[in-house]
Write a protein that binds this ligand. Sequence first.
Ligand code: CTP
Length: 430
Amino acid sequence: MSNSQAGDDRRAERDRRPRVLIGVGGGIAAYKVCSVIRHFKEAGADVRVIPTDSALNFVGAATFEALSGNPVSTTVFDDVDEVAHVRLGQQADLVIVAPATADLMARAASGRADDLLTASLLTVRAPVLYVPAMHTEMWEHPATQANVATLRAHGATVMTPASGRLTGTDSGAGRLPDPQEISLIGELLLDRADALPYDLNGIRVLVSAGGTREPLDPVRYLGNRSSGKQGYALARAAAQRGAQVTLVAGATDEPGDPAGVDIVRIETAAQLSTEMTKRAVDADVVIMAAAVADFRPLAVSEAKIKKGADGPAPIELDTNPDILHGLVESRAAGDIPASTVIVGFAAETGDERGGVLDHGREKLRRKGTDLLVVNAVGAGKAFGTVDNTGWLLSSTGTETALPLASKTLMASRILDEIALLVPDWDARNV
Ligand code: CTP
């Protein structure tokens, strides 16, 4: 092959559409997976769907063909000349198996190849994301948990199921996470195959996210532009890495709750302070990603404030406590275990006194956290956007640039650094 031919091939490979293989198991949640197929198709991926025979009891092959724009088969005996299971598996850049039923995971974990989907799974070298959905008892059964552990040991990502309403009258863990969340995690694995190692198993992570709202009167408040995206992304990624996550959430644009995460809702900085201070005692990692109002109206009017003849009355403000600094002080005082890792955020614009990074360094010193994530904000950057850029500063003096990335990818990089700081789980439990 000539050099120019090799160069052309490399360029074609780089520019080609990602190939996403979606395996659909036989569960009632199969209908929700149609939204995931549509998402990747609309995002420009070449999507192939391989259902199991039982999946076709729930959604017809015509639906999968229409949504993916590609033919659908369940058996290795169709198009035998093309050896479809080898081609589809080998060529995939990402595989999503959803709903991953107990039976499907059992077959995949033991390396069975009795239909096109399981045969293809044996030929895949790309990241594989299993999205379990089943009744709570089936999910918790030791056989299922052993199969999940085996799939993880084989390098697959097995999502933590959501809790909530199941088929019939049941409710509990085992619900398929929202299709949007499956797509987000799938995109993350396309960006970075090793973004979700199962390395935070059992670690208790407390995250705050979103903006606080400080009431002025029954209908008005002082708020900020925080979308909550970065904090939600951290909670989501930490849960998928095995952590027990509590998310203390203020105002946010996020459409749904991350799967497998306990949510506590707050509105004001005072409520946030109460929840974080109380819960930090039992956390191994505390991440303050919330945008906390530094000030609150001194008085909250019980009645709606009227315009009045003399124009607007000035609003007197009082200062809110610095929650993050308070947590660091509590740790120094021994009220929070010394081993607790505390992480802060700094949204900076830079000014005549210094650039974004200078302000970040100064804030790390002032706040006394173990890690500080510094983001450049202003002119459309950071707030409400899907992408983020910045630096990760540590109290030991390391400074890591965080290149422009989705907030989900950014979350996985931040968690990599956090995982290095968390003392060994076994060592802390002797
Ligand atoms: N923070 C907090 N309590 C506050 C204000 C901020 O816990 N009252 C936390 C934020 O959640 C974030 C970090 O402190 O993790 C930095 O927030 P930021 O608003 O950038 O810093 P401030 O301390 O408010 O400093 P300044 O506004 O002067 O830059």
